[in-house]
Ligand binder design. Structure first.
Ligand code: URA
Length: 234
């Protein structure tokens, strides 16, 4: 939202009076006078007019969690424990998940209450890379690398998967980088080469990597550089 709209709505002041107040340096945003009527504001911005606080900022939350196997990537569930149950924060009920994992998958999950941020992290056009460590039932054939790079046609969605980078680590393990996040995508891709995923772990999303000292079930807030660079291609 633009600053003038928020001011105009205050006590039904109207656009013209809002512009005048902003031009007269009566409006402050996060403690600083702002004279640009189009200055962007959202629910996390503090806005004041003279000595009156027009908008109290909400607390923006950005955090990473090391999801253990068996925990649901959901905010509520009647049967299974969810990622929210692992978080200890008074505002945890405001969180949503930026990119779910299957119950049987472990690894990095990002949670936030900032819808604009999570949209950017997940937006298909941003192609934010997600890196997975995969263990398979059968040996991974060398020609799988080319097949993953070429992409697989998924009939249900009528799409061909974007080129994915498969690096074979051992006979049964690989590191896979995807630039999209379709339903059960990794498992379905391995199914196509007649193999089966027996364990799946997400190591990173964009520039954010799960730190080795963040153990399964633990979480921590993201730092400002992580929040700003999350959507970058690592
Ligand atoms: N692909 C899968 O198959 N499962 C996940 O949890 C994530 C990606």
């Amino acid at each position: 939202m633009k600053l003038d709209r928020l001011i105009a709505a205050y006590q039904a002041m109207g656009r013209q009076a809002a512009h005048q107040a902003i031009a007269a340096k009566r409006v402050h945003v996060n403690g600083l006078i702002v004279t640009d009527s189009h200055h962007p504001v959202d629910r996390f911005t503090q806005v004041g007019l003279d000595d009156t606080l027009i908008q109290q900022p909400e607390r923006a939350l950005y955090l990473m969690l090391h999801k253990p196997v068996g925990i649901l990537s959901a905010t509520k569930d009647a049967q299974h424990p969810t990622v929210i149950d692992l978080i200890d924060d008074p505002d945890k009920h405001t969180l949503h998940i930026a990119g779910r994992l299957d119950r049987s998958t472990s690894g990095m999950v990002l949670l936030t209450n900032d819808g604009r941020w999570s949209k950017q992290v997940m937006a298909a056009e941003h192609k934010v890379p997600k890196v997975y460590h995969v263990e398979t039932a059968d040996p991974i054939a060398a020609d799988a690398v080319e097949a993953f790079a070429r992409g697989f046609y998924f009939h249900t969605e009528d799409i061909t998967t974007l080129p994915a980078k498969l690096v074979i680590l051992t006979k049964h393990t690989a590191r896979l980088t995807l630039h999209e996040g379709r339903y059960h995508q990794v498992k379905r891709m391995f199914h196509r080469i007649k193999n089966r995923v027996v364990s799946l772990h997400r190591e990173s999303i964009g520039s954010i990597t799960l730190p080795p000292d963040l153990l399964p079930g633990q979480w921590r807030p993201l730092g400002p550089p992580e929040i700003q660079t999350a959507t970058l291609r690592a």
